[in-house]
Design a protein around this ligand. Structure first.
Ligand SMILES: [Ca+2]
Ligand SMILES: [Ca+2]
Ligand SMILES: [Ca+2]
Ligand SMILES: [Ca+2]
Length: 410
């Protein structure tokens, strides 16, 4: 609430009336707003001094960096419709701390978070600044009760995917609306969440599933807007080394799914569905790129999501999970020759309410790969534990992580 003082108002009117009576020709200049009052309704303003004094910056939206205002915010007033999250680190990185504030005003030196005074380096303004602030930022948080569990001691090659830093816990890659790519690790794992880099909004598809260049470290593929496919070799620490160009022309593909070894030669392969509905297997050459593609079949236009979820039916062959436009989920058992056996229905309806599905390996720690789904309505990630049974079926889901509704998870 903005304070309204009827006494001040009355005093102003009296002064105006007196000026009118005196008949002076000059109009008294409006008194310059001071402190917080310089900020207009609907805006978030930050100040270089306590109590809304000093220089003022009108904040237009989330800021990954504060430029000349870095470590200079001392007070704020929030007249906008949204909460704001102030972070000590740039890039909305929550790991050094931060605080979310709602409508109101304050000086950090007199607040519950005095460590923020002259120490803020990024801020997030918007509806999700409440959900994703402090310990829960704009990458997937992995610390909830149902979070990833340690895999069995000797995972087989086929289910040894999803772990980007080699600690035995599956990790998540997520991209937020600012184009930052993050890898997040289970809270109880030795790994650390890390920022892979910025500028990833230039990529139109991202996929990963295990090791593609034979060094035992999980890798990533990304297609850019021009249709070039890039291979990002994993370094084994949650980040990626210098990328390698796979080739051009990949804009003819509607979806890509790194899927593990589909051809039975021990090298991880890629599935791609083109815009005319043909599904192709691209056999990996063990160096991150591919040999001559093999046609799986037509009619895949009805599928809007492909997931290389691993060996779901425990026959030592990598499989495929696909969602159709009617919201049904299908299991396609891999035959080890680059194509698939007869499909089975594993999800009757409603799967289109989930924005994305991802295979990130064994989340639950029972040695069987699971399926992960992004539920934007609850800002959550859901794990559907794989049963490992012959039908490739799934158990009832559990929500296990927080993810902004505008983020991509893989
Ligand atoms: Ca890990
Ligand atoms: Ca690798
Ligand atoms: Ca292969
Ligand atoms: Ca299988």
């Amino acid at each position: 609430m903005r304070p309204t003082s009827s006494r001040v108002l009355r005093g102003a009117l009296t002064a105006a009336a007196a000026a009118a009576l005196l008949g002076t020709a000059t109009t008294a200049p409006a008194q310059a707003a001071s402190g917080y009052d310089r900020c207009s309704w609907g805006q978030l303003c930050v100040f270089s001094d306590p109590l809304g004094k000093g220089q003022m910056l009108v904040v237009k939206g989330s800021m990954l960096n504060l430029g000349a205002w870095d470590n200079r915010i001392s007070s704020y007033v929030n007249y906008s419709d949204w909460p704001v999250c102030f972070n000590l680190a740039p890039g909305l990185d929550p790991r050094q701390g931060g605080a979310h504030e709602y409508a109101g005003r304050g000086s950090f030196d007199e607040s519950a978070t005095p460590e923020l005074d002259n120490a803020i380096s990024s801020l997030d303004l918007g509806p999700e600044a409440d959900w994703f602030c402090e310990g829960e930022s704009r990458y997937a948080t992995y610390g909830w009760e149902n979070g990833p569990k340690h895999r069995p001691a000797a995972p087989t090659a086929l289910d040894a995917f999803g772990d980007l830093n080699g600690d035995g816990y599956t990790d998540l890659v997520s991209r937020n609306k600012f184009g930052q790519l993050w890898t997040s690790h289970a809270a109880n794992s030795p790994g650390h969440d890390r920022l892979v880099g910025s500028g990833w909004n230039s990529m139109t598809l991202l996929t990963r599933h295990g090791d593609h260049n034979g060094d035992g470290k999980e890798d990533l593929y990304a297609r850019d807007k021009s249709g070039t496919l890039w291979f990002y070799p994993g370094r084994g620490d949650g980040a990626f080394g210098t990328r390698i160009r796979v080739g051009g022309g990949w804009n003819s593909m509607r979806d890509l799914a790194a899927a593990g070894d589909l051809t039975g030669d021990g090298r991880a392969d890629l599935l791609a569905a083109d815009t005319s509905g043909t599904l192709w297997t691209y056999p990996g050459n063990g160096k991150g790129v591919f040999g001559a593609r093999k046609k799986v079949g037509g009619g895949w236009k009805s599928m809007n999501e492909l997931v290389g979820a691993g060996d779901m039916n425990t026959d030592r062959r990598a499989d495929l999970v696909a969602r159709d436009t009617a919201g049904k989920l299908w299991f396609y058992p891999g035959n080890g020759k680059g194509t698939f056996g007869a499909r089975r229905l594993i999800g009757k309806s409603g799967w289109n309410s989930l924005t994305e599905l991802a295979g990130v390996g064994d989340v639950t720690g029972d040695g069987r790969p699971d399926l992960v789904a992004h539920v934007p309505s609850s800002h959550g990630l859901r794990v559907y534990p794989g049963t490992g049974a012959a039908d490739g079926g799934l158990r009832a889901p559990k929500e296990f992580a927080g993810l902004p509704s505008d983020a991509l998870a893989l």
